[in-house]
Write a protein that binds this ligand. Sequence first.
Ligand SMILES: NC(=O)c1ccc[n+]([C@@H]2O[C@H](COP(=O)([O-])OP(=O)(O)OC[C@H]3O[C@@H](n4cnc5c(N)ncnc54)[C@H](O)[C@@H]3O)[C@@H](O)[C@H]2O)c1
Length: 264
Amino acid sequence: MNTAAHSDTRIAIVTGAAGGIGWATAQRLAADGCQLAILDLDGDAATQRAQELGPGHFGTGCDVASESSVQAAIAKVMTRFGRVDTLVNNAGIGDQSTGTIEQTAEGFDRVLSVHLRGTFLVSRDVGRIMLDQGAGAIVNLSSIAGLAGIPGRNAYAAAKAGISAMTRSMACEWARRGVRVNAVAPGYVRTVLVEKLEHDQALDTEAIAARTPMGRLARPEEIAQAIQFLVSEQSSFITGTTLNVDGGWLALGAPESALEAGAH
Ligand SMILES: NC(=O)c1ccc[n+]([C@@H]2O[C@H](COP(=O)([O-])OP(=O)(O)OC[C@H]3O[C@@H](n4cnc5c(N)ncnc54)[C@H](O)[C@@H]3O)[C@@H](O)[C@H]2O)c1
């Protein structure tokens, strides 16, 4: 049954929205009047999050790396809402926690599968719907790792660079049919995962903050704000771009000490 209340209610899919940046984005888009479809590998958490947002929102399990799982989830969204205006391809996993020499081919494939194949599969199925509608906006999650080297994160970096490349090709392919495609490239974001790594002393967030021109990590809401801008009419002439949301991380081409020197 199509339960969309009004044709002017925007329907937004956010993948991987059970936590972190995805959940912050879902909350932001809901506050902006969208009805949310939360797709996550953890189906129970997706349903729970939709309930937290209130009546009219929807959550379901979906493995973005699986073609049949994506098709089934998008079919459910269409049965429920009958259209899709916004897609945020956010679902992701970390890289293998070891250097390149010790990494396995299976681990490499898994990282590319979730990020790159996942973004392709969901974009393809939602793209068909948006092209039929003649309107839609997609935002993909890239990363500073796709634009600058981070030791040991080669699969993740390749996936994120691929996502920015795919963003450009899909944007050009669909631009004359009313569908915009952009990406955001976050720097380090203070999510629950990052806080746990910090607590376990597996990530030196003090050093990261010191290397960041703005002197701190991002809050998930700050990435969500950039995503909201890129799916809104405020960005109506922007397509094919990757917007860095990194506190200046990629802009820095000098030693960290220059940040202090420049502040005086
Ligand atoms: N946190 C950061 O510092 C940071 C920086 C740059 C980019 N990113 C990117 O932002 C996105 C979100 O990151 P986060 O830190 O919020 O992550 P997170 O681990 O907090 O959340 C990721 C979500 O994706 C879901 N997920 C994982 N595999 C999935 C699959 N196969 N199908 C569907 N859902 C799946 C998880 O269940 C989880 O809810 C990712 O694409 C990540 O690469 C994060």
